[in-house]
Design a protein around this ligand. Sequence first.
Ligand code: NAD
Length: 364
Amino acid sequence: MNLFETIREMGHQQVVFCHDDAVGLKAIIAIHDTTLGPALGGVRFWPYASESEAFTDVLRLSRGMTYKAAISGLNLGGGKSVIIGDPLRMKSEALLRRFGQFVESLGGRYITAEDMGVSVRDMEYIRMETAYVTGLPEEMGGSGDPSPVTAYGVYLGMKAAWKKLTGTESLKNVKVLVQGLGKVGMALVELLHKEGAFIYATDLSAAQLEKAQAEFGIHPVSPDAWYTQPVDILAPCARGGILNADTIPHLQCAVIAGSANNQLADEKLDSYRLANRGILYAPDFLINAGGLINVYTELEGYSRSRALARTEYIYEATLRVLSAAEQRGITPHEAAMQLAEERIRSISTLRTRTSQPNLSLSIA
Ligand code: NAD
C-alpha cells in the first residue's frame, strides 16, 4: 500500500503513528480535517488482521467524522484512532496512559472518546494523561450515555423525512418498524409510542422484544422479516450494511430513517438503488448525529437540555438535505455529503481571511 497516496486521496491532514515497545502500543491517530474545529472521534481497540486493515479503517472512520460534524453544524473536525491488538490480551494501564500521552502531544488538534473495545475504565486511564477526552460517564463528570440524545435526533430526522414525503410531520398511526431494540432503538420506540405511531419491532433478543411489547405495545416481527414487512417507515437501529443489493429489492417502505452507522453497504450504488425504488432515505450520518452533538456539548460543560436543543437542528438539516437532493437531482446521501463539503469550503475561505482555524474549544 502506498501510504502517502492513500492519505492524499482521502484528504487527511495528519496521520500519527504511535509506537512504544515497552508497553506494547501500536496505534494510529488520523486527523482528517480541522477546518471547522478540533478533530473529534473515538478510539477503537481492535485485533485487526493486518496493519494495513487498521490504517484503512482509521482513515475511513475519521473521514466519516468530518462529514458528520460538518452536516450537523458543529464546530468540529473529523478524527479517529485505532489501537492495534486484542484488547482482552493486550490492555494495560501503561498502554492506555501511553496512548493518552500521544493524544496530549497533539495539543488539542485531536479529541478522543470511547469506541469499540474500549471501556469506561480504560477512558479513565487515558484521561490521566490528557484533557482531550470527551464522552465520559456521569460519575467522571461527563455526559453519560448518549443514546437517548441519538434517539431524539433520529426521531426528528424521521419526522422531517415524513413531512417531506407527505406534507405532515405527525407520526400518529404511521407504521414504523424499528430493527434493533438496544439503547437507541428502545428510546426511539418510547418517543414513537408517545406520538401514537403503530410500531413494529424486531430484535435477536426475545427479552428486549418482550420488554418493548409490555412497555410500549409494539408488534413483534421476526428478525429475518424486517425487509419484507409492509410499513411506512423503516428504522434500522441494529447494525450497518443492511441496505444492499439483496435486501433493497424486497423493501416495502416509503422512508428509511434509523440510527445504525453505515446502513448502505455501498454508499453510491445502494443510495441509487433506494432512489430508483422510490424510497426516501434519511442519511444515517446526519440523523444519528445526536451522540456526537452530546459529546460536543460536554466539551463546553455539559447540559442535557442544551444537547437536546442542539439536536433539534437535525429536523431542519434533514429537510434541507432532502430538498437539495430533489433540486440537484442526486440522492439524499450525496446531497448530505455535498452540503457538508460546501460548509467546510465556505468556512475555510473565512479562515484564510482571518488566519487560524478554531482549535481552541475550552477543555475542562
Ligand atoms: P445496542 O448494542 O445497544 O443495540 C443493538 C440492538 O440490535 C441489540 O438489542 C441487538 O440484539 C440488536 N440486533 C443486532 N443484530 C440484529 C439483527 N440482525 N436483527 C435484529 N436486531 C439485532 O446498540 P445501540 O447503541 O442501540 O446502537 C444501535 C446502532 O446505532 C448501532 O449501529 C450504532 O453504531 C448506531 N449508533 C448509536 C449511537 C448511540 O448513541 N448509541 C450513536 C450513533 C450511532
